[in-house]
Each structure stands twice: as C-alpha cells, then as structure tokens.
Design a protein around this ligand. Structure first.
Ligand code: B16
Ligand code: MG
Length: 216
C-alpha cells in the first residue's frame, strides 16, 4: 500500500509552457531599456517570481532602477504577458497533463496547483482545467519563493494531507529543492542530468502512471 494521498503540480513547464510568453514580454521590456535578452537568460527565469526575474534582468543589462520604477516595469511586462495568455486555449496543455490529473482524481488522490505565478487562475480558466484541482496555491498566496517549501506546504495543508503523503511535479531545480525540503516526494519534469535531486524524472506527464507514482 502506498502512502501517497495527493499530487501537487507546478504550472509553467508541467501543465503548460508559458515560458515562451514570459520570454517575449521580458525581451520587449529589455529592448525598451536598451539591451537584449537571450533564450539562455530566459532559462534562468523559469520558476522565478516576477519581482526577482526583473531584478536579474536589470542586473544582466547593467541598469539601475528605483523601487518605484521597478514596480512600474514589472506591471508593464505583466500587461503584455496577460494580453498574450488571454489567447491561450486547451490545445496548449502539455501532452498527458490533463489525462494524468484525471487518472489521479479517479484513483481518489487529491490534487493541487503549486505555482509561483500570480496569473495561474487566468491560465487554468483559459485551458479549462480549474475543476481538476482541489486547491490552487500560487504567487498570490505565498510570500517566500521556491526553493522555500511554503507553496507546497500550503498546498498539503489545503488538501488536509501530511507532506510525506504528497508528490510534487516540478520542472525547475528550485521547485524540486522546495519539495524535498518540505518532506515530499519530487518528480522532475525534464532532464535527469538537470533535475538530479528528484526521486524520479520523466520527460512529461504523458510518461507518468499510477504504477510509477505508487512506487515512489
Ligand atoms: P507571474 P511556475 C513561474 O511559474 C514561471 O516559471 C516564471 O517564469 C514566472 O516569472 C513566475 O511564474 C511568476 O509569474 O509573473 O505570472 O506572476 O513555474 O511557478 O508555475
Ligand atoms: Mg515551472
């Protein structure tokens, strides 16, 4: 008998790939400020909060801004990003994500979202997946970013399960670290050479099964 009672999913990189929209918006902002942003730079922003992402980008461009200016810039970027995600459809759900959520729920497991994004509800609505989550913990509900386990611990709490009864699905190293620090099992979505700390790594949720889950 497995002790697993719940699955907590990161959003960007696990359920959908909004990194491309974040990239377009950050690149536009960087260009306005007089420098460019490479795709490699963008990799370093995955799973990182909006405020922290901006700090890094300004640092890379060698630009200094006051706190008030930074807030204005982050709001501007978010406006462009929100416009782009407003056109998202269920066709953008990553392979196997919806099916695996449905399989988990049919097996009686609880499900939660654990994301750094403050736009997670908009995205879930656009891709028609709101009803597949018993709880949504996102950037609006947490104060400490991953690798702090706060987002996942709040997820476990909302689902009324113990951390040891949860499995987290994450594509970012900081997210895997957050899960492990929180006392949960961690499944990496991506490459085993990058997500070395994960208990299991798969290329996508289309490679997950209840059998693999219960073996964790
Ligand atoms: P927002 P996740 C993260 O989502 C993204 O990976 C990261 O690039 C983004 O900066 C962050 O959300 C905040 O997003 O600006 O929409 O609040 O991977 O934690 O689901
Ligand atoms: Mg992610």
């Amino acid at each position: 008998m497995s002790i697993i009672k719940a699955c907590i999913f990161d959003l960007d990189g696990v359920i959908v790939d909004t990194a491309v929209y974040h990239y377009k918006a950050w690149k536009r902002l960087a260009n306005e400020l007089g420098f460019d942003l490479s795709e490699e730079d963008n990799e370093k922003l995955k799973g990182v909060s909006r405020v922290r992402s901006l700090e890094l980008i300004l640092q890379w461009g060698g630009v200094t801004k006051t706190a008030a200016e930074q807030e204005e810039l982050a709001t501007k970027k978010n406006g462009w990003y929100v416009e782009m995600i407003s056109h998202m459809t269920p066709a953008e759900i990553l392979p196997g994500a919806k099916e695996f959520l449905e399989t988990c729920r049919a097996a009686g497991l609880k499900t939660a979202l654990g994301s750094a994004s403050k736009n997670s509800m908009t995205i879930l609505e656009k891709i028609n997946m709101v009803d597949l989550f018993d709880a949504v913990i996102d950037g609006n509900k947490v104060s400490k970013p991953k690798p702090d386990p706060e987002v996942f611990l709040k997820g476990a709490e909302a689902l009324h399960v113990a951390p040891a009864e949860c499995v987290v699905f994450e594509d970012a190293i900081a997210g895997i670290e957050a899960a492990i620090t929180g006392g949960m099992k961690a499944v990496g979505i991506g490459s085993p050479t990058v997500l070395t700390e994960a208990d299991l790594v798969v290329s996508g949720l289309n490679e997950m099964s209840l059998e693999k889950l219960y073996k964790l």
